[in-house]
Design a protein. Structure first.
Length: 251
């Protein structure tokens, strides 16, 4: 059973979910990036993916170009679904979205995530040491994307597809590059940090700095691979997510 088309999509609706996991996209990705994600049946968990404007079946819509605009869109879409415990998983740009959405919910007095999974993104107050990607010409952008992919994701070798996606990807890169962290007290939410050993975009030590923004962040879990490591290590990542969510019920 699949939830109807919208910003948020679910392929495994449950009649009485114990928890909802919202999976927030990396730059250039949409709902299909997490479409195959499932958690063990005993968790009674729904997995919700995100389809922001400008990607996949919303390719005809203009993309959002700032993190705050994306967060507000997600907040409005998620609001009716926050009646059960929930968690956020965000990779790269998605980690920023997860963090800022959690802070927004806290600021409005609403329910906050039971757990945050922040993957493949530096601490939000650290500047990137990489050149801006949003202003690269097509050839340079393709080279950057292939470098980011490393051995992962054959789709990133499809030149025609990448050129078609380039405007949306530039919009996402622009959103990340223009994001400015605003100081607030650290979140009091259990937080898992995930990183890749050979990531050319984000260093492991930069991921570890998220611990300054969460009172309950653990050590960084390091996976083999490059920036898109989770495409090659989906099962290991899901095992980690399931394990952390299981601990919630054990507690």
């Amino acid at each position: 059973m699949t939830q109807p088309v919208g910003v948020l999509r679910c392929r495994n609706l449950h009649p009485d979910p114990a928890i909802r996991l919202f999976c927030l996209p990396w730059a250039g990705s949409g709902a299909l990036g997490y479409a195959s994600w499932r958690l063990p049946a005993e968790l009674a968990a729904e997995v919700w993916t995100v389809q922001l404007p400008g990607r996949e079946d919303r390719a005809g819509e203009p993309p959002l170009r700032t993190i705050p605009a994306m967060v507000e869109t997600l907040r409005a879409a998620a609001d009716p679904l926050l009646d059960r415990p929930f968690a956020f998983f965000g990779h790269s740009m998605g980690a920023l979205l997860a963090f800022e959405l959690a802070r927004t919910l806290r600021g409005t007095g609403g329910p906050v995530p039971a757990h945050l999974f922040l993957s493949g993104m530096r601490s939000p107050d650290l500047p990137s040491w990489r050149p801006a990607a949003s202003t690269l010409d097509d050839e340079s952008l393709l080279c950057r994307l292939n470098e980011m992919a490393g051995p992962s994701g054959s789709a990133l070798r499809d030149r025609d597809l990448l050129l078609w996606l380039a405007p949306m990807m530039r919009a996402d890169f622009e959103a990340c590059e223009t994001y400015r962290y605003q100081p607030e007290p650290p979140l009091d939410i259990p937080t898992s940090l995930l990183a890749a050993a050979d990531d050319t975009e984000v260093r492991v030590d930069e991921v570890s700095e998220w611990r300054r923004h969460s009172k309950a962040a653990g050590p960084v879990l390091i996976f083999e691979g490059g920036h898109l490591y989770l495409l090659d290590h989906r099962e290991q990542v899901l095992d980690q997510v399931a394990g952390e969510l299981s601990l919630m019920w054990a507690a």
